[in-house]
Design a protein around this ligand. Structure first.
Ligand code: IYR
Length: 223
């Protein structure tokens, strides 16, 4: 058993103060929208590397980092993914989805057609590792893998927005085909698919309302 090796924390306060920094970040984050209409304008591989580097800095259970990011730009591979995803989506919209689910989705205007899987210059598929596969692992186990990968996904979405790019949290259901198409090992389970690119010049988004703060934030506890 190896104990911790400790180092002094490198910490930097926001020069403008925590409150001003938090308010500015809120303003920036509130301009983020899920985008379904993408331009084919290229995004560099270095950009993708930086975005994934930011996402992979997320905290994780026992620092197991149970994620794999597969970045796809190859046109033939994107087409393969689109065709497989649309096949699942057609079944979803025609058979699998409940009436309530379809009613909940109606305001978003989604349907089985997913052209963004080919138009966007990149697709990042985020996989959850069901076991630790690092050569220097102290055990095979991972902990809080859903939470860990979910946090990494949040970091990735924020990084993409910060870079002035657009994305969409796309979850073709079921997603098992991604493991096959991308030739990932058994212990990697597809978690989320994110097209990354610039929005199309004429991109439209549904009008949505975000819950007011008083509906999402509670201080202390009810009397
Ligand atoms: N996966 C389908 C359906 C869908 C489900 C949810 I929950 C959404 O928020 C949006 C869509 C699709 O991508 O169309």
């Amino acid at each position: 058993m190896t104990g911790p090796i400790l180092t002094p924390l490198e910490f930097r306060e926001a020069p403008e103060g925590a409150e001003a920094a938090a308010i500015a970040f809120r303003a920036r984050m509130r301009t983020r929208r899920s985008v379904r209409d993408f331009s084919d304008r290229p995004v560099s591989r270095e950009t993708i590397e930086a975005l994934v580097g930011a996402a992979a800095s997320a905290p994780s259970g026992a620092n197991k980092q149970p994620w794999r990011f597969v970045a796809v730009s190859d046109a033939a591979l994107k087409r393969e993914i689109r065709l497989a995803a649309e096949q699942e989506e057609r079944l979803f919209y025609e058979k699998r989805a409940s009436a309530e689910w379809l009613r909940d989705l109606a305001p978003l205007g989604t349907d089985p057609s997913k052209p963004f899987l080919e138009t966007a210059p990149w697709i990042i598929v985020l996989f959850k590792c069901m076991r630790d596969d690092r050569p220097d692992r102290t055990s095979d186990l991972v902990y809080y893998a859903n939470e860990s990968v979910g946090i990494a996904a949040g970091f990735l979405i924020a990084a993409i927005h910060h870079a002035g790019l657009a994305t969409l949290t796309h979850t073709p259901s079921p997603m098992a085909f991604l493991q096959k198409v991308l030739r990932r090992p058994e212990h990697e389970r597809a978690f989320l698919l994110l097209p990354v690119g610039y929005p199309a010049a004429d991109a439209k988004v549904p009008v949505i309302v975000r819950k007011p703060l008083e509906d999402v934030l509670v201080f202390d506890r009810p009397e």
